[in-house]
Design a protein around this ligand. Structure first.
Ligand SMILES: C[S@@+](CC[C@H](N)C(=O)[O-])C[C@H]1O[C@@H](n2cnc3c(N)ncnc32)[C@H](O)[C@@H]1O
Length: 319
């Protein structure tokens, strides 16, 4: 999923004042921090924020775009008029939400770093979407300064690993209280990121939140041992991004763990595909999460319509 043209151009304008080699150094420091190798809040300066715009913003954007697409598949009538994004950084969720739900009318973004808010405002000024341009940027902490109003969609992307366990729980509970339709929480696709998601999933299910994705049920999560539930979103890497990461491939796979909840119960798919399907001639091997737990399943040509779907299916799709 490519960034909207206006956003890509605004990012380019901000990052062009830094040298390539400085950005490369900063990008590699960020990669470690956001893969969860370091817990807590990374210390960012203008250079790191610029590197974030080139390397992390496109990945986060693509991940949320994919998740919103998944939610829409399960929740056909979904219409989003208002957004609350917690720990918004440069406003990544704002742009992805406006692209997925062009009907978006109002957005409130809460962030406790004023340099990020300044950057977010500069980026937003390049959009011709009224809700993006008119965003209500709030400086404050997600742990205790949430707005009182409710919002159709509440998003928390790559923020919880900067909070402690108690703060994570109270923030997510407060976020759910303000959600009228859909709550989406995303963490890095690492064992630590998944453990955060699994713990919060359990807490919200007890509060009668309805799973939309990725789980095909609200039962206890069957993942255990060294296994962790995560997905990968493939996104194109621009030339600058390739240079900053010393990468040769024209794409990268962003690994993420997530959960989406709705106020209304939705009908869930039979299964979620948990790994790249192994496609052979005449059969496809799938690793699935189902209501009966984790399963390895082989779908053969004889299974007609199911086989056709399995041949086209990718990691993260439902079945
Ligand atoms: C990894 S960045 C993610 C930014 C954005 N959600 C995205 O996906 O692009 C984490 C963001 O959370 C913000 N943050 C961390 N702790 C916060 C808190 N207690 N209150 C508000 N914002 C916070 C940081 O300043 C940073 O902008």
């Amino acid at each position: 999923m490519q960034l909207p043209q206006a956003l890509a151009a605004a990012v380019q304008e901000i990052t062009s004042s830094f040298s390539g080699s400085d950005l490369t150094c900063a990008a590699s420091e960020l990669t470690g921090a956001y893969r969860g190798q370091r817990r807590g809040r990374p210390q960012l300066d203008d250079l790191h924020r610029a590197a974030y715009l080139v390397t992390r913003l496109p990945a986060t954007y693509a991940v949320l775009a994919r998740i919103l697409h998944e939610c829409r598949q399960t929740f056909f009538q979904l219409q989003i008029d208002s957004l609350l994004d917690l720990g918004s950084g440069p406003g990544t969720a704002l742009w992805a939400t406006a692209a997925a739900f062009p009907e978006l009318k109002q957005a409130t973004l809460l962030e406790n770093s004023s340099p990020w808010i300044e950057i977010g405002k500069r980026l937003a000024a390049s959009s011709n979407h009224a809700a993006i341009r008119g965003t209500d940027w709030k400086l404050g902490s997600v742990t205790d300064q949430l707005p009182k109003e409710s919002f159709d969609l509440v998003t928390i992307l790559y923020v919880l690993n900067e909070l402690n366990t108690e703060q994570r729980l109270s923030t997510v509970e407060a976020a759910w209280q303000r959600t009228t339709k859909l709550l989406v929480i995303v963490e890095p696709g690492t064992p630590a990121g998944f453990l955060n998601i699994r713990a919060l999933r359990k807490v919200l299910i007890v509060k009668s939140a309805n799973i939309v994705a990725p789980c095909p049920h609200s039962l206890e999560c069957p993942m255990s041992g060294n296994n962790w539930c995560h997905f990968a979103e493939r996104l194109p890497r621009g030339q600058e991004h390739r240079l900053l990461k010393n990468a040769t491939l024209g794409y990268e796979d962003e690994k993420y763990s997530y959960v989406a909840f709705s106020r209304e119960p939705v009908s869930l798919p039979d299964a979620r595909i948990l790994r790249h399907p192994r496609k052979h001639s005449g059969h496809v091997e799938l690793e699935l999460c189902t209501v009966g737990g984790l399963k390895s399943e082989t779908v053969s040509r004889k299974q007609g319509a199911l086989y056709k779907r399995a041949r086209k299916a990718e990691w993260g799709d439902n079945l």
